[in-house]
Write a protein that binds this ligand. Sequence first.
Ligand code: GMT
Length: 376
Amino acid sequence: MRIGIVCYPTFGGSGVLATELGKALADEGHQVHFITYQQPVRLNVFNANIFYHEVRVPTYPLFDYPPYEVALASTMVDVILNYDLDLLHVHYAIPHASAAYMAKQIVRQKGRRNVPVITTLHGTDITLVGKDKTYEPVVTFSINESDAITAVSQNLRDETYNYFNIQKEIEVIHNFVDVKRFNKKPIDAFRKVIAPNGEKILVHASNFRKVKRVDDVVKIFAAVRKEMPAKLLMVGDGPERPMAEKLTRELGIEEDARFLGKQEQMEDILAVSDVFILPSEYESFGLAALEAMAAHAVVISTNAGGLTEINIQGETGFMANVGDVESMSRFAIELLRDDVKLNAMKDAAYKQARRFDIKNIIPRYEKLYSRFCRMG
Ligand code: GMT
C-alpha cells in the first residue's frame, strides 16, 4: 500500500509512535510518505520505501499566525495526487484530522477516487487541548468524518466518548515498542560515569510539561536519596525544567540529579536504569514507561489514565494516586533495598513489554488499512 502518515515530528509520544509505525510498515514493503513540518526525530534510517514531504508555511507580514493547517492540507493534496496514496493515517487530531478532511474533499472534487482517512487519537488532543471550547467543534466534526478512528488505550477511547459526541466506533490499538531495540545490554562505561559507586539509577523522560508533574519526580528521588546512594537522570526538555532544576538545588540533591536534555539514544539510557518514574496527572498510555519496561526497568507511576493498562501493580511496577509522592517514594525505597525483588520485577516488566511488541501491533494496523483500502 501507499500510505501517508501525518504527525508531529518532535520527541512527543505521538510523533515517536507514528514514526516507528511508518518505519515498520516500510520494512513490510509498504511505501510510506511522512508529511510533516520537519524531519521526524526518530526518522533516522534510510529506507527506499520511505519518503519525507516537508510542509512549508510561507509567511507574510499580514499573518500574525501563519496558516499551518492550510499549508498542511495543500501538501497532503499534492502528495495524494502525485504519489497516488491509498490512504492517509493522521496521528493526533489537532489539526491533522481536519486538514485531512479538507484534503480529502479537494482530491475528491478533482475526480480522484476516495482516500480513506484514519485518525489515531493520542491523548492531549482529546483530554487537554481538544476539549477546549475553542477547538471542540472542529475536533468533533473531523473525528466523526474520519473513515476509521483508533485510540491508543481503552481509557482514551472512553474519555473520547465522554468528552465528544462521537457517532462512530473507536477501535483500541495499543501503542507498541520495538522490544529488540530496547532489550540492550547496559554499557558498563556509561553506568560507571553515571553511578561510579554502583548507586541505583532512577530515570524520568518526558516533555517536562505540567501534566508530567516533574516536581513529584524530584521529590520522590529526594526521599530515595535520603535513604540510600542513588542517581537521577532527567531526560527531555520543556517548560517545567527550570523549576525542576531549582527544586533539586533547594532539596540539596543537585549533585545526584542530572538533566540530560533531549536524547535520541533512549535505549542506552534506559539500559542502565533500575526504576522509571512517571508521576503524571494523566497519560493516555505512557509510551515512555513501556519503552522503559522493554529495557528491564521497573515503573513507578500514578494510576492515571491508561497507565493501568500497561503497569501491573506489584508485578511490573507500582502505582499510586496522582500527587501521592509519599506512597511512590515508599514503593521506590522498599524496592531498591531488595535486589531479589528488584530483579524479579525487572523481568516481569520486560515480559509485560513483550505483549506490546511491535510485531504484535503492526498487523492490527495493516488489517485496519486493508479494510478501508477496499473502499478506495
Ligand atoms: O505526553 C505528551 O505530552 C506527548 C503526547 C503526544 O501526543 O505526543 O503523548 C500522548 O501520546 C503518547 C503516544 O500515544 C502517549 O503514550 C502519552 O501517554 C500521551 N500523553 C498524554 O496523554 C499526556
